[in-house]
Ligand binder design. Structure first.
Ligand SMILES: NC(=O)c1ccc[n+]([C@@H]2O[C@H](COP(=O)([O-])OP(=O)(O)OC[C@H]3O[C@@H](n4cnc5c(N)ncnc54)[C@H](O)[C@@H]3O)[C@@H](O)[C@H]2O)c1
Length: 326
């Protein structure tokens, strides 16, 4: 079995949990991150490990990336600049997610590595074909709406991955993660709604809901995403495939706030503030329903999301309360 892995974006939410899991499984892990979003605090349990090395490097630094990729069997490519709102700057999402991915694939080509590329459910856009299936058509919005740049950059990364497989025989797997969270999530908007809601409810603040809150998501604990990633890493039947990884429990944003409030049991009322979508995303039409079809993940990888949403919320609340008592 191949045991040497390079993780880009290792100091982020998924990367840090994945590094811990792979070290437990006796892999040698080289992690790189420019710490633009991630934090070394996430890597505390890895940093002293004999089989772990960390380099503060940007994936835009082609030469260093190629040097670090030398003794690697598989690159798990997670580094990215995630979704943006209308007020965020646009270029990093497009540049890091496209040029950075090209650098990773060039490195893999140079050293004969397998690549596991982290794509996103955002690429399904407004597709009405539910549950969202890897073979389905994708329905993205207009380029004048900046929110779509993340999905477009990841979709380009998918095409680029398959071009390297076709033209250069680089073995690639594309996984489309559906929203995951953990106590290490960013508690800013880019970390998704669950962590922000948890913090607001524990601090007895208003829970800000974009739109009417009836839009649904299928959120899951990070361990589900890590488990799917390890299965894709270890199973060569996944090569050349796009595979959804996540949790298929669908819940509206509003009901998620209510669920968190019930589990947190703070003795305070739930305070909701509804903000029109146009204030956050301009003309962006929010995705109304998002639920993954996990049939392929089950068939090829034997994947099953093991931690239920309620348990994930409970675990995250306990950890957040431990670190920052409300
Ligand atoms: N968390 C989710 O719910 C989710 C859902 C869909 C897709 N994804 C994808 O999974 C991957 C990991 O997501 P995450 O939630 O852990 O995000 P994250 O923001 O916590 O981690 C991404 C990491 O990449 C690093 N990074 C950014 N630009 C970099 C650069 N130029 N060079 C080196 N490192 C850089 C950041 O510092 C950060 O540590 C991303 O590619 C993301 O698009 C995540």
């Amino acid at each position: 079995m191949k045991k040497r892995v390079l993780i880009t974006g290792v100091a982020g939410m998924i990367g840090s949990h994945l590094a811990e899991e792979l070290l437990k499984k006796d892999y040698t892990v080289t992690g790189i991150d420019d710490l633009s979003f991630g934090s070394l605090d996430n890597l505390i349990s890895c940093l002293g490990h004999i089989n772990f090395k960390f380099y503060r490097v940007t994936i835009l630094d082609t030469d260093t990336l190629k040097i670090l990729g030398k003794d690697t069997d598989t690159i798990i490519h997670l580094a990215a600049v995630k979704k943006i709102s209308e007020k965020d700057i646009s270029l990093p999402t497009l540049l890091v997610n496209t040029k950075g991915t090209e650098n990773v694939l060039e490195t893999a080509k140079m050293w004969g590595c397998k690549v596991v590329f982290a794509s996103t459910s955002d690429v399904y856009g407004m597709s009405p074909e539910l549950p969202l299936n890897e073979d389905g058509d994708l329905l993205l919005g207009p380029s004048l709406i900046r929110r779509w740049s993340y999905a477009v950059s990841k979709l380009y990364g998918e095409q680029l991955s398959f071009a390297y497989l076709h033209d250069h025989k680089v073995p690639v797997v594309v996984i489309r993660y559906f929203g995951g969270f953990s106590p290490r999530s960013s508690f800013a908007w880019s970390g998704g709604h669950v962590p922000i809601f948890i913090r607001a409810i524990l601090q007895d603040k208003e829970v800000v809901i974009h739109g009417d809150g009836h839009q649904t998501r299928s959120m899951g604990f990070v361990s589900n995403l890590v488990n799917g990633t390890v299965l894709a890493l270890e199973n060569d039947k996944a090569i050349g495939e796009i595979i959804n990884i996540g949790n298929d429990e669908e819940l509206s944003v509003l009901d998620t706030a209510k669920l968190i409030h019930r589990i947190a049991n703070t003795k305070h009322d739930l305070k909701l503030k509804f903000v029109p979508l146009s204030e956050v995303f301009g003309k962006y039409k929010d995705i109304q329903r998002r639920i993954p079809d996990l049939t392929k993940a089950k068939r090829i990888l034997g994947y099953e999301p093991k931690v239920k949403l309620e348990d994930a919320v409970r675990l995250t609340i306990l950890e957040v309360q431990k670190n920052q008592p409300a």
